[in-house]
Ligand binder design. Structure first.
Ligand code: URA
Length: 306
């Protein structure tokens, strides 16, 4: 039966129904079959196998923009007690354990079939962008993204390097090869099933750090990418990505190993693959971070050898 949509409330209701359905499907994929009454945490499903339970990740930090520096917390601490009222510009923080109402997208839901086209519109805007004169002068081309517009997981790096600038695709150089290995050999996913983007869409000269102005000029594009793809999880690669999206000055060693939220999306931060190439000893920590992510996503974490 055709349902007539006659006012904005109907549209909003349909959008909410879609969003709840999407969430429920995601939870079902993660093995959650019953939901408790809010604000209790969901029962933690016990796996007969070896994996720790999958659960909705606890909220630890505030989402992106505008800049608010969060307070340091011990890495393995249980969910924190209720926070004092947030500073005026901070987005509201969801109650720990709540499964719904967490996502804070401003833009309307876009049907999976329409996401490629919606992203292509932004990619065109990006290709014509001249907001950062130094970057415009330096770039061969803009580097928008790679992967699936309906990905459950989105990786966000810093900015294109020389290889990416040449090919117009993020993470295709040496660091990109390591990221691909982390996705495929580590997580057991296909690179084309995740979505990969950067804070900046242009290569900074000499691969220097993005300036705050460049990050802010480019932020709207990334925000729209996240809103269109609506990933269930974000993985922030490296200090620049993590500090920009989490509005914090904390070091990666303080940010990794725990959950954050960006626009309400459960998010982890981990070392940048380029850093891992220079500091292979940190690969162990990064693998732990990815395992935490995999458990939350309901992916099988390989048993430790030996
Ligand atoms: N490093 C990044 O942060 N992004 C890329 O696309 C490549 C290298």
């Amino acid at each position: 039966m055709e349902v007539e949509i006659d006012d904005e409330r109907d549209i909003e209701r349909i959008r909410l129904i879609r969003e709840v359905r999407q969430r429920l499907e995601s939870l079902a994929r993660a093995g959650v079959s019953t939901l408790p009454k809010s604000p209790e945490r969901p029962p933690v499903p016990r796996s007969a196998v070896v994996e720790p339970p999958r659960e909705a990740p606890p909220v630890i930090s505030a989402p992106a923009s505008p800049p608010v520096v969060e307070q340091p917390k011990p890495a393995a601490a249980p969910p924190p007690p209720p926070r004092p009222a947030p500073p005026p510009k901070q987005r509201p923080v969801e109650a720990p354990g709540s499964l719904f109402g967490a996502v804070e997208f401003k833009a309307p839901f876009i049907e999976p079939a329409d996401r490629s086209a919606a992203l292509a519109v932004i990619a065109q805007e990006v290709a014509a962008c001249v907001r950062c004169p130094v970057l415009v002068q330096n770039r061969t081309q803009t580097v928008f993204a790679d992967g699936s517009p309906t990905a459950r997981l989105m990786f966000i790096g810093e900015a294109p390097g020389a290889d990416e600038d040449r090919r117009g695709v993020p993470f295709v150089g040496k660091a990109g090869q390591l990221l691909t290995d982390m996705i495929t050999k580590g997580m057991g996913l296909r690179r084309e099933d995740v979505y990969i983007a950067n804070i900046l869409k242009c290569r900074p000269p000499e691969n220097r750090d993005p300036t705050p102005e460049e990050s802010s000029n480019c932020f709207g594009y990334l925000e729209r990418q996240i809103e269109i793809v609506r990933p269930e999880y974000l993985c922030l690669l490296g200090r620049i990505s993590a500090t920009t999206l989490l509005n914090t000055a904390l070091s990666m060693s303080r940010l990794r190993g725990r959950w954050h939220r960006v626009f309400g999306v459960p998010t982890i931060a981990t070392y940048h693959p380029a850093y891992l190439l220079r500091n292979p000893a940190a690969k162990k920590d990064s693998w732990e971070d990815l395992q935490m992510l995999m458990r939350a996503m309901g992916l099988v974490v390989p048993k430790k050898k030996g």
